[in-house]
Write a protein that binds this ligand. Structure first.
Ligand code: OOG
Ligand code: MG
Length: 257
């Protein structure tokens, strides 16, 4: 795919995100190859950076069976996070800037060291300053939240927002922490951090490999979102969303129009 075509698709997806207006799938006209899809993603994020947003890290996608089954996509993907996506824990969240947002429970890593391509489990853990329970807001820019692998990669892995709970020392075993995501007081998704590739640290190892392969190795100070541990839930105005994670505490927000 040539540069002009990549730039044109990046503009479409970026404008759709900016205006909160759904677009038709790229795959309807032409199925994107993986490398072209990541080139579109990179170009769309470059437009955000040009508007003044700052890169804050990486998000991993489809790292659990629950997410793969919900969306019908069976390959791990990644996307780029910026400061404009960060939402404060406990704050109200206006849904007006989203198309059809959903929320999912995740674990977040904060890095204290850069991570290069091929790292072992102990090396990855050694780079982690803290871990936290986190909620990700995903909002596909494609109509009906339907996409192919190429579409969703081009659309920055549906990434729209993230809310990070209390940072905790990574000195405990976080391979299998129970979690409950509730909406207005009723449990909607129940799972475990083990749902994320059997151990969320595997997601960090994969993020290190994939980011380095894209010549953007993980940096100290960055956040890595490990991926949804369960299926996502649709968001509507007037909801209180709460994630409780065993031993790590809680993270929450409430939605407005
Ligand atoms: C794609 C993003 C997947 C995750 O945590 O698995 C993702 C989507 O489901 O729209 O964020
Ligand atoms: Mg996610």
């Amino acid at each position: 795919m040539n540069e002009e075509r990549i730039a044109a698709l990046a503009e479409r997806v970026d404008t759709a995100a900016h205006r909160a207006q759904a677009i038709s799938q790229f795959a309807e006209a032409e199925e994107l190859r993986e490398e072209d899809a990541y080139a579109v993603q990179a170009a769309s994020i470059a437009r955000r950076i040009q508007r003044g947003e700052c890169r804050t890290g990486v998000k991993m996608g489809f790292t659990s069976r629950a997410k793969m089954a919900q969306m019908g996509v069976h390959d791990m993907i990644w996307g780029r996070l910026t400061d404009a996506m960060a939402q404060a824990d406990g704050a109200p969240m206006s849904l007006g800037r989203f198309v059809h947002p959903r929320v999912e429970p995740e674990l977040a890593f904060l890095l204290k060291k850069p991570l290069h391509a091929l790292v072992s489990f102990p090396e990855a853990l050694d780079a982690v300053a803290a871990i936290a329970p986190a909620l990700e807001i995903i909002d596909s820019r494609f109509e009906d939240f339907k996409f192919t692998l190429g579409d969703v990669v081009a659309d920055n892995a549906s990434s729209s927002g993230y809310v990070i709970g209390p940072w905790c020392a990574p000195d405990r075993d976080f391979s299998n922490l129970g979690l409950v995501m509730s909406v207005n007081g009723s449990a909607r998704q129940v799972g475990s951090t083990a749902g994320i590739l059997g151990h969320p640290l595997r997601s960090l190892v994969a993020a290190a490999r994939l980011s380095a392969a894209a010549y953007e190795p993980l940096q100290a100070g960055w956040i890595v979102m490990a991926g949804g541990a369960t299926a996502a839930e649709p968001l509507k105005p007037g909801q209180h969303v709460l994630l409780e994670m065993q031993g790590l505490g809680r993270v929450e927000f409430h939605t407005t129009e």
